[in-house]
Design a protein around this ligand. Structure first.
Ligand SMILES: [Zn+2]
Length: 199
C-alpha cells in the first residue's frame, strides 16, 4: 500500500496533535488512489543564524506533557481527500491554521494542494527515520530480485542460537530463500513529502 511521509515543522505538529489543523498543505500532489497513511516527521529547529539548545524541539502534548520530537516520526494520520488548487482560499487557509497571505506566500502565489487529516495517531514513543523504508523503485521489489531484499535462507539455522538466519543478498539469491521485505531504509527526511512503505 502506498504511503507518504511529510516533513512538518514544530508549530504545525503541535496544531495537528491538538486537532486544530485538519489540512496539510503541499505544493505538489501525492498520487494516492485511496485513503492512505501519512507519517508525520517532526523537523528539527534549524533556523539560519539562530542557535537553540537541545530541548528546543520539544513537542507539547494535549495533556501538557513534553516529549523530545525533533528529527523523529511522531505519529500518523489517514489522508482522506486531497483539496485541489482553485479551492476556496479562505476555507483552505482556515483548515490549515494559516492566513490567506501565508498560504499564498507558501505556494508562491498559486493555490496549493491540501491533504485532509483524519484519525491522527500519536505514537507512544516517536519512531526513527531508519524504521521506515523508501518506496522501492525496483519493479521486482516484491520478490527477492530487489537489490535491497532481505531474505530468510530457509534451510540455514544458526548452530549457536538455533534461529533462522537473515541475509541481504544484493538481489542475487543463491539458496532457497524466502522474501522478508525490502530493506531500502530512509536515511534522510523528506524535503516536503515522499513516498514510503507502510510499516
Ligand atoms: Zn525493494
Amino acid at each position: 500500500m502506498k504511503a507518504i511521509m511529510l516533513s512538518i515543522n514544530a508549530n504545525d505538529c503541535e496544531l495537528i496533535v491538538s486537532g486544530k489543523k485538519s489540512l496539510v498543505i503541499c505544493r505538489t500532489e501525492p498520487k494516492l488512489e485511496r485513503p492512505s497513511v501519512c507519517y508525520v516527521y517532526h523537523t528539527k529547529t534549524r533556523n539560519a543564524g539562530v542557535r537553540w539548545n537541545d530541548w528546543a524541539d520539544c513537542l507539547r502534548l494535549p495533556n501538557g506533557e513534553f516529549i523530545n520530537a525533533g528529527g523523529k516520526v511522531i505519529g500518523e494520520f489517514v489522508c482522506c481527500g486531497i483539496m485541489h488548487p482553485f479551492s476556496d482560499l479562505r476555507f483552505m487557509a482556515k483548515q490549515s491554521c494559516l492566513s490567506v497571505d501565508e498560504l499564498l506566500l507558501y505556494s508562491h502565489g498559486k493555490t496549493p494542494y491540501g491533504l485532509r487529516v483524519a484519525d491522527f495517531k500519536l505514537y507512544d514513543k516517536p519512531k526513527e527515520l531508519g524504521d521506515f523504508r523508501k518506496a522501492c523503485q525496483y519493479a521486482k521489489c516484491e520478490k527477492e530480485n530487489c537489490p535491497h531484499a532481505l531474505v530468510k535462507i530457509t534451510d540455514r539455522i544458526n548452530l549457536l542460537t538455533g534461529e533462522q538466519e537473515f541475509y541481504a543478498l544484493d538481489g542475487k539469491p543463491k539458496w532457497d530463500v524466502e522474501f522478508i521485505g525490502c530493506a531500502n531504509k530512509l536515511t534522510r527526511p523528506p524535503r516536503t513529502w515522499q513516498y514510503v512503505q507502510t510499516l
